[in-house]
Design a protein around this ligand. Structure first.
Ligand code: SF4
Ligand code: SF4
Ligand code: SF4
Length: 303
């Protein structure tokens, strides 16, 4: 019997779904075992196609993206209702990811920027007919519905997806690895790191084997979950933290800030150097997890 699955896209860039295609020949083994009952970004399904499915009739549902509109929220709740097992697929769905940095702005300002002020707009107006209502701010999906499994990554790396899908097809519960990215990173690090300089990513050429953080680059490895295969750091690029917080970490940004504060040699690095190297504090430390952090949004005075 094929496994019944549904793929749901909420507010997102479709990168996670696209990452499925990077499974390449693994897809040839997996696809014949699936009966896809809903995938509205690929085939023109409508909401009522999900509404009419019997509750609990779908074996596994994957949600990409977060709830930006009331329609997203309705679809997420329907997915929960229809699926026996619900997988939070990707970092938008799991923590909010980059697009939810919009939580730093009032929604009216964001709408005005997009529809009226953007350089490409000629005669702008904010659409108000036949469009779903925007939600005030982004919350992690898990605050709306219960999930059975989280598969982070922006997007999740194909080997991670393949491992999870294979386990699900065998009827096993997949488990994410429980260490930090530094544990799977091949770079050589000292037992005690002392940061005598801080650099922006474009400054200099990193040494090929030494820990990037030790070289002064802001690498989110110590506060990030392993599982991506350390693809960025292996290629000489500091980790931005897209797998979300490491195990037992409540707030990835706060964890990294505290890790950084404890390794900086303040005789060599001044507060001004730090501010120069970290131009955008929220965008650096909470780029992927703002709605899931202890302070999940900016607070504005009502006009
Ligand atoms: S997690 Fe990243 S790749 Fe996936 S939908 Fe969100 S922004 Fe796109
Ligand atoms: S800080 Fe970055 S470069 Fe250093 S070991 Fe951790 S993940 Fe690797
Ligand atoms: S190294 Fe960091 S930013 Fe790169 S894929 Fe892994 S978790 Fe994401």
């Amino acid at each position: 019997m094929p496994v019944k699955v549904m793929f749901v896209q909420l507010a997102s860039c479709w990168g996670c779904h696209q990452s499925l295609l990077d499974l390449h020949e693994t897809l040839a083994d997996v696809l014949p075992q699936l009966e896809i009952v809903f995938w509205h970004t690929v085939v023109d399904y409508k909401l009522h196609d999900v509404e009419k499915l019997p509750d609990g009739s779908v074996d596994v549902g994957f949600t990409e993206g977060f709830c930006r509109t009331e329609e997203d929220l309705h679809l997420l709740k329907l997915a929960r209702q229809k699926c026996k097992l619900l997988v939070s697929y990707g970092t938008c769905s799991t923590y909010g990811s980059i697009p939810s940095l919009l939580n730093l702005y009032p929604i009216e300002e964001a709408l005005s920027r997009k529809f009226k002020e953007a350089e490409s707009v000629v005669e702008g107006r904010i659409p108000d007919k036949h469009v779903p209502k925007m939600l005030e701010h982004v919350k992690p999906n898990r605050e709306y519905v219960k999930y059975d499994l989280f598969l982070p990554g922006c997007p999740p790396e194909p080997p991670l997806i393949a491992g999870v899908v294979t386990s699900l097809l065998k009827g096993e519960t997949p488990k994410l690895k429980e260490r930090t990215l530094c544990d799977e990173c091949p770079r050589v690090k000292s037992d005690v790191i002392v940061l005598k300089k801080v650099k922006r990513d474009f400054e200099g050429i990193p040494e090929p084997e030494k820990c990037l953080l030790e070289q002064g680059y802001i690498c989110m490895g110590p506060a990030t979950r392993e599982g991506c295969g350390a693809v960025c750091t292996s290629a000489g690029v500091p980790c931005k933290g897209c797998m979300g917080p490491g195990p037992n970490v409540m707030d990835q940004g706060a964890k990294m800030l505290s890790a950084l504060a404890s390794i900086v040699d303040y005789e060599s690095v001044s507060p001004e150097d730090l501010v120069k190297a970290v131009k955008d504090v929220v965008g650096t430390f909470s780029r992927f997890t703002l709605p899931s952090s202890i302070i999940p949004k900016a607070v504005f005075k009502k006009k």
